[in-house]
Design a protein around this ligand. Sequence first.
Ligand SMILES: [Zn+2]
Length: 306
Amino acid sequence: MPFPFYLQILGSGSAIPRNNKNHTSQLLVYNNKYFLIDCGEGTQHQLQKFKINFQRIDQIFISHLHGDHYLGLAGLISTMNLLGRVKPLQIYGPPGIKEVIDLHFSIAKARSAFEIQFISTQDKEKKLICEVKDVNVYSFPLKHKIPTTGFLFEAGSNWRKMIPEKLEKYEVPKHLRAGIAAGKDYTRENGEVIPNEELTLPPPEKRRYAFCSDTAYFESLSEKIGCSLNLMYHEATFIEEDKKSAKEKYHTTAAQAAKQALNTGAEKLLIGHLSNKYPNEELSLKEAREVFKETYIAEEGEKYEI
Ligand SMILES: [Zn+2]
């Protein structure tokens, strides 16, 4: 059985928050490991509302430094500190994020008791930035007014699946089995080499989620991501009749977001960051579904299996 791998939406609103529409933030969970993606204002309240033990978050990924994507960070760090956190926290984000957070704590004459490690992202090319417990995280470039990256999460074990009948047939000793699962061949006492492929099956296909934060539409996104996806989140601030505004403001329309899901070979698309100017979300959903049927609105509190 693969480990549970899911995304929980904490905030999916656009720049001006509304009742029940919070600033961008998402929790990604794989095998009990928690990752936070963006941390708009109000994120710590959302974490509490959904009864998520936020001290379990050890890595936070920030897409860009527009306030609606990171202004909750200083508050969340302060609360983690007040609640006695000691283990380190890693924050991945564009250059400048360390400066902003350091400035806040220096003016407030506050100091966190735990170590905060800042890791700068770059918006030029796809890059592996974090490897933890069978999860690889890559940043990839987006096209916004300021440096912005998306994040690709790839999760799954590298262990090959052993075939019990074959292990028995070739009398593979128990103490060598971890090596076999890792891909080694087995040499019998008589010198005969049993190739690993005879003893094992390949590990299950990795599962992948890509978070595409604020961005204009651009053709090469699927190339930048570089793999197919089980789940994609893409902003969809505007609808097609406001395509011009989308371009000027470096945002995307619902139809364009759907096109990106199609180009990337995603199984399922979540859209969010919808502008408040539209009376209901159905307009965006309908528009996106005409291009990519498996589109859903990213609903706050909802969990999506990956
Ligand atoms: Zn933005």
